[in-house]
Every structure is written in C-alpha cells, then in structure tokens.
Design a protein around this ligand. Structure first.
Ligand SMILES: [Zn+2]
Length: 107
C-alpha cells in the first residue's frame, strides 16, 4: 500500500456572497458571512451596502433641512434657523464619513 491519504470527505459547503442579488448585480465569489436585508453577504459587500444606505439616509436628512431653511416662515425664527444650520453641518460631516466608509469598503 502506498502511504497517500485520500480524503473521502466532501469539503464543507459554504454559502457564497449574494451581492449579485442586489441591483448592482456584480458577481462575488467570497463566502457569505453577514446576513443583511435578507441577503447573505461577504463582509466587504455588507459594509458597502450599509454605507450606501447611510449615505441615502443622510442625503434625505440634508434635503429636509434645506427645505426647512428655505421656508420663509421658519426663517423668521432665528433660534430654529441656528438649530437647523447646526443639524445641516452635522449631517454634512456624517455624510463625508459615510463616503469615506464606502470608499474603504470598495477597496
Ligand atoms: Zn461579496
């Protein structure tokens, strides 16, 4: 008998990242590890989708703040305008961070 050992076990099946089920439709051969919005994703694509969701939310918040600031009646309240401008600045900072996260997830 030769000393070679042949494994009779099948390699464990590992589910693949389902990023191709999203609108981006890009195939990913990585192992799915994170469950997000009904999909099993690799860590990189999970971070990418989370960043994209965060960006969309922050853009919506920024648009609402801009709409409020453009309202003539609301602009008469200087305290409210100050609060809205502070919120707008905070949203802009958060948006920049979310874009950084998205760039890092794409690497
Ligand atoms: Zn993936």
């Amino acid at each position: 008998m030769s000393g070679a050992r042949i494994s009779t076990q099948h390699p464990k099946w590992q589910p693949r990242c389902e990023f191709d089920h999203t609108l981006k439709g890009e195939y990913c051969g990585q192992i799915g590890e994170v469950r997000l919005d009904g999909l099993l994703l690799c860590n990189r694509h999970a971070r990418q989708l989370e960043s994209q969701d965060k960006i969309a939310l922050l853009q919506g918040i920024s648009s609402c703040i801009e709409l409020c600031l453009s309202n003539i009646t609301l602009r008469r309240d200087t305290t409210l305008v100050g609060l809205l401008r502070a919120e707008r600045a905070g949203a802009a900072r958060e948006l920049e961070l979310a874009y950084q996260e998205l760039r890092q997830a794409a690497m």
